[in-house]
Ligand binder design. Structure first.
Ligand code: NDP
Ligand code: HSE
Length: 440
C-alpha cells in the first residue's frame, strides 16, 4: 500500500520530536497503522536553522499555506502554535479535505467548536491528543476508555511548566524566575510563558477535558483562571508543615447548579498520589461513577513525550481513513447533536475549603474577632495555627484552615477581616481540596 503523506506546520520542539519518533519507530508504527506514515513537506520560519532532526526526504518551505494546499498531502500536523494563523491554516486544510492532527490547546479550546463543525461537514478528522497533558493518552482514555461512565469530576496537574517551577521552589529553594528560565530552556514553556504561569494554558486544557468528560461544548472563556505568580514560599512552607502540597490544579466538576470549571493554585493533602507529581510531570484524576477514581500520570511536556501523542493520533487517523465518517469516534466524545449546554458556575458559587494566612497584632481578643466573622458567615474552622512573630515584628502570622464554604461567603469574610485594626496586610487565601472519592 502507498504511504500516507503528511505535511508538518512547524518544526520546533514538538515538530522535530515527531520527525525523530516517526524515523526511529517507523517499522513498528507501520505495523500498527497498516500503512507507512511519511512526512513529505514541512514549514518553518527560518529555513537556515540547524534542527535536531533529520530532514531527509522532507521538503522544507517557509510558507505554511504551501503545505495546506499541497494536493499530495492527506494529513496536516499543526505544530506552529498560537491562535489566528493556526486557525486559518487548520480551517483551510479542512476545507481542502485534509485530516488534521494538532498539539495546539489554545486553538482547540478557543476555536474547537468552529473547527469541529467544519470537519464534520467535510468528513475529516481533527485529532488533538497532544493538546492535553503531553504524552498521557488522557483524551483517548476519557473519550473511549471511560465511555461507559457518567464522569462526576476530574482534577489535573496539566501545566508542566508551573509544576516544574513549584517543585524547584519547594525542593531546591529556587527563585521563581530562575525556575521559569530553566523550564523555557528545556522546551516545556509556551512561546509566551505568561500562558503557563498565569494559568491560561491549563484553562485551555481543562476546557477540552470538561467538554469530552461531560459532553458540553468548549467553554474556555467562562472558566475561572488564576496562576501561580502570587504564591509565596512562606505559604508553601506553612502548608507543608500542615501536611499539604501546593499544585496548580485544573478542576471540572458537575454540581446540581452547573459545571465548575476552574484553574487555581490548590492545596492537596500530601498523602494523595497526585500531590506527589513533581517536575514537568502531569497527572489527571478522573472520577467515573462506574470505574471510581482513576489516575493518569506521565510527561506533560517535552519533544518526544508530546510526539508520542502526535504519532498515536496519526496512527488513529490512518487506521480510520476508510471508515464511514459517521462511524468514527466523535471529536468531543459525544455525538455532535447530543452535546448539552450546561451552565458554568461563576467562581463565587463554587464551594471549597480554604487556607488563610493573616498577620495579626499579638493581643487578646484578636482571634475571637476573626473567628466571629467566620462564624457569622457560616464558615467552620478546621484548624488554627499561630506562628512566632518574625524578629522585630509585632504582628504574628496566623494560619486558618476552613471547611467547605461558598467563595462569595469567603470573599465577604476576608473583606471584613481586612477591615479589623488588628489585622495588618492583605489576607492570603489559597483554595484547598481533599480530592476524596466521595467528592461529588
Ligand atoms: P516551537 O516554538 O518550538 O515551534 C514552533 C514552530 O513553528 C517552529 O518551527 C517555527 O519556525 C514554526 N513557525 C512559527 N510561526 C511560523 C510561521 N508564521 N510560518 C512558518 N513556520 C512558523 O513550539 P513547540 O514545538 O514547543 O509547540 C508547538 C505546539 O505544540 C504549540 O501549540 C504548543 O502549545 C504545543 N505543545 C507544546 C509542548 C511542548 O512541550 N513544547 C507540549 C504540548 C503541546 P522556526 O523553527 O523557524 O522558528
Ligand atoms: N507549556 C505547556 C506546559 C506545554 O508546560 O505544560 C505542554 O502543553
Amino acid at each position: 500500500m502507498k504511504p500516507v503523506k503528511i505535511g508538518m506546520l512547524g518544526l520546533g520542539t514538538v515538530g522535530c520530536g515527531t520527525v525523530n519518533v516517526l524515523a526511529r519507530n517507523g517499522q513498528e508504527i507501520t505495523r500498527r497503522a497498516g500503512r507507512e506514515i511519511k512526512i513529505v513537506q514541512a514549514c518553518a520560519r527560518d529555513l537556515s536553522k540547524i534542527r535536531p532532526c533529520s530532514m531527509e526526504g522532507i521538503q522544507l518551505v517557509s510558507d505554511p499555506h504551501q503545505v495546506v494546499r499541497n494536493p499530495e498531502i492527506e494529513v496536516i500536523v499543526e505544530l506552529i502554535g498560537g491562535y489566528e494563523l493556526a486557525r486559518t491554516l487548520v480551517l483551510e486544510a479542512i476545507a481542502n479535505g485534509k485530516h488534521v492532527v494538532t498539539a495546539n490547546k489554545a486553538l482547540i479550546a478557543i476555536y474547537g467548536n468552529e473547527i469541529f463543525a467544519l470537519a464534520q461537514k467535510k468528513k475529516v478528522m481533527v485529532a488533538f491528543e497532544a493538546a492535553v497533558a503531553g504524552g498521557i493518552p488522557i483524551i483517548k482514555s476519557v473519550r473511549e476508555g471511560l465511555a461507559g461512565n457518567r464522569i462526576e469530576w476530574l482534577a489535573g496537574i496539566i501545566n508542566g511548566t508551573s509544576n516544574y517551577i513549584l517543585t524547584q521552589m519547594r525542593d531546591k529553594g529556587a527563585d521563581f524566575s530562575d525556575a521559569l528560565k530553566e523550564a523555557q530552556r528545556l522546551g516545556f514553556a509556551e512561546a509566551d510563558p505568561a500562558y503557563d504561569v498565569e494559568g491560561i494554558d491549563a484553562t485551555h486544557k481543562l476546557a477540552i477535558l470538561a467538554a469530552i468528560a461531560f459532553g458540553i461544548p468548549l467553554k474556555c472563556e467562562q472558566a475561572y483562571t488564576e496562576g501561580i505568580t502570587k504564591i509565596t514560599r512562606m505559604d508553601v512552607q506553612y502548608a507543608e508543615k500542615l501536611g499539604y502540597r501546593l499544585k496548580l490544579l485544573g478542576i471540572a466538576r458537575r454540581t446540581n447548579g452547573g459545571v465548575e470549571l476552574r484553574v487555581h493554585p490548590t492545596l492537596i493533602p500530601e498523602r494523595r498520589l497526585i500531590a506527589n507529581v513533581d517536575g514537568a510531570m502531569n497527572a489527571v484524576l478522573v472520577k467515573g461513577d462506574a470505574v471510581g477514581p482513576t489516575l493518569f500520570y506521565g510527561a506533560g511536556a517535552g519533544a518526544e513525550p508530546t510526539a508520542s501523542a502526535i504519532v498515536a493520533d496519526l496512527v488513529d487517523v490512518v487506521r480510520t481513513l476508510t471508515v464511514d465518517p459517521n462511524s468514527r469516534v466523535p471529536h468531543l466524545a459525544f455525538q455532535p447533536d447530543a452535546l448539552v449546554d450546561m451552565p458554568i458556575l461563576p467562581i463565587e458559587e463554587v464551594e471549597t475549603s480554604y487556607y488563610l494566612r493573616l498577620h495579626a497584632i499579638d493581643r487578646p481578643g484578636v482571634l475571637a474577632d476573626v473567628t466571629r466573622i467566620l462564624a457569622d458567615l457560616g464558615i467552620s474552622i478546621e484548624s488554627i495555627l499561630q506562628k512566632e512573630p518574625n524578629v522585630g515584628e509585632v504582628a504574628v502570622p496566623v494560619i486558618i484552615l476552613t471547611q467547605r464554604v461558598k467563595e462569595k461567603n469567603m470573599n465577604e469574610a476576608i473583606a471584613r477581616i481586612e477591615k479589623l485594626d488588628s489585622i495588618k496586610d492583605r489576607v492570603a487565601r489559597i483554595r484547598l481540596e481533599h480530592l476524596n472519592c466521595e467528592w461529588v
